[in-house]
Every structure is written in C-alpha cells, then in structure tokens.
Design a protein around this ligand. Sequence first.
Ligand SMILES: CC(C)(COP(=O)(O)OP(=O)(O)OC[C@H]1O[C@@H](n2cnc3c(N)ncnc32)[C@H](O)[C@@H]1O)[C@@H](O)C(=O)NCCC(=O)NCCS
Ligand SMILES: Nc1ncnc2c1ncn2[C@@H]1O[C@H](COP(=O)(O)OP(=O)(O)OP(=O)(O)O)[C@@H](O)[C@H]1O
Length: 236
Amino acid sequence: MRIVGLTGGIASGKSTVSNLFKSHDVPVVDADIVAREVLRKGSGGWKKVVAAFGDEILLENGEVNRPSLGQIVFSDPDKRQFLNRLLAPYISRGIFWDILKLWMKGYKVIVLDVPLLFEAKMDRFTKPVIVVWVDPETQIQRLLARDKSGEEDARNRINAQMSLDVKRGKANIVIDNTGSLDDLNQQFQKVLVEVTRPLTWTEFSCSRQGVFTILASVASGLVLFVKAFNNHSRTS
Ligand SMILES: CC(C)(COP(=O)(O)OP(=O)(O)OC[C@H]1O[C@@H](n2cnc3c(N)ncnc32)[C@H](O)[C@@H]1O)[C@@H](O)C(=O)NCCC(=O)NCCS
Ligand SMILES: Nc1ncnc2c1ncn2[C@@H]1O[C@H](COP(=O)(O)OP(=O)(O)OP(=O)(O)O)[C@@H](O)[C@H]1O
C-alpha cells in the first residue's frame, strides 16, 4: 500500500487538492475530520478537553464551541501544545483505523491529508509527501475570505504552524497553489500520474493483495515441503 502524505499551511489548498484526489477515486483520510470526531460530545477527547479547559468552552448543547477554543489556543502556544498533547493519541488512533478500513477494502494508494504532518512527525509513514504551497499574501487573503475571521486571528493561525517555506523544503512533490484553480488542476494531473504509478515491491507487500499473496505462497510452500518430506520418509 502506498500512503501519500498531503500537507501545507492553513488555507493553502489541501482540501481543494484532496477533493481532486477523491474525484479521481483516490481515497483520502482527512486528519481535520478525525480531529472533529474525537471532539464530539461525550467522546474520550471531549472529556479530556472539557476537564482541562472547563465548561466555558462548551455550547449550550454540550458540543465544544470550536471558534472559542480556537481563539484560546491559537493566541497561546502553551495552551495549543497542551491541546495537541491531549488530542494526539485520539487523532492518531482515528487515522490508524481509517487507514486500516481502506487497507481491508483493498485500496492500493491512499492520501493522508494532515495539516501537521511534519510537526507530528507523521511524514515517517508517508511517501511521497506532497506540500501544497501558496505565497504568504494569497494565503492570508484566502484565509480571511474563507473564515471571515479578523486579521490578527488569521495571522495567529498561520504562525501556529511550521513555515510553508520550511515545509516546501521537506517535500517530495510541491504544488504551487498561488494561481487559479485551472492552474492547480494542471499541476494536479501530473501529480496524479506520479502518485498512481505502479507500486514498488515493498509497497505491494504492505497492501492487502500483497499480504495475501505472501501468505498463500508460504502456505503452498509448506504443503509442498510436507508432501516431499512424507514421500521421502516412506521411501527410506
Ligand atoms: C482548535 C480547534 C477546536 C479549532 O477548530 P476550527 O473549527 O476553528 O478549525 P479547524 O479544526 O477546521 O482547523 C482549521 C485549520 O487550522 C489548523 N489547525 C488546527 N489545529 C491546529 C493546531 N493544533 N496547530 C496548528 N494548526 C492547527 C489546520 O490547518 C486546520 O486545517 C481545532 O482546530 C482543534 O481541535 N485543533 C486541535 C486538533 C488538531 O491538531 N487538528 C489538526 C489536525 S492534525
Ligand atoms: N487556486 C485557488 N484559487 C482560488 N481560491 C482557491 C484556490 N485554492 C483554494 N482556494 C480557496 O482557498 C480557501 C482555502 O482552501 P482549502 O480549504 O482547500 O485550504 P486548506 O489547506 O484545506 O485549509 P485548512 O488548513 O484550513 O483546512 C478555500 O476557500 C478554497 O476554496
């Protein structure tokens, strides 16, 4: 199985690229969706976060008030790291199960969309790593337009992540999303070819088909060996 890492900065266009992968039948595990699930009312992550940050971060229906928790953690690095530490085990477990489900369905190539792929050192498990890069001015404009947040909040969120230039330096593939959606689409077509090229032997051996092929070969090898051994014992 090939696990392709997809990362970038906030509002650099990861979800837009993820949607292109999905529309070409390449499944995507989205860490932001997993992170939302682990904060649902009553879940393990929710209990930890409520115990740590208090009832003030809850809405009337008991769900976490995400904008309000966001404002707290994106303006205070210590609180953000604390939240990251609380949720990391739940998020990793959720991602693991999502990958396992896709493995069991027999998918050979999947994309792991994780904003904090490098920060959480999850790039160890993904190859190639795609970084969706955008120039800083475009990034802030798109973030402001999408989230309708204030400029200070937007800058806090950008500064909460490793710089996009550093991420670009760690990438195997860079998509420059500063231009139009057409421009992005053109780059994506080349990336799709690269990402869906035939699996290497190591990747194949980690896929469901690979594991079954190896098990079947070992089993038939054993049967042949036992037969040969029995024949030899009878004749000697
Ligand atoms: C603080 C929370 C409640 C704010 O929720 P909100 O709905 O406003 O934002 P959302 O979850 O949609 O995140 C938007 C973007 O913010 C960035 N971001 C989210 N969490 C973090 C973080 N801890 N550090 C840096 N950037 C982050 C990502 O680029 C993400 O795509 C939420 O982001 C959260 O629970 N974060 C901690 C979990 C986490 O690390 N998520 C990232 C997935 S690896
Ligand atoms: N090439 C583009 N041209 C114009 N707008 C774009 C382009 N790419 C993405 N956008 C817009 O920019 C915003 C951010 O994109 P997107 O949501 O894909 O980023 P993201 O990296 O997934 O963000 P986050 O880290 O917050 O999850 C969205 O409103 C999206 O529609």
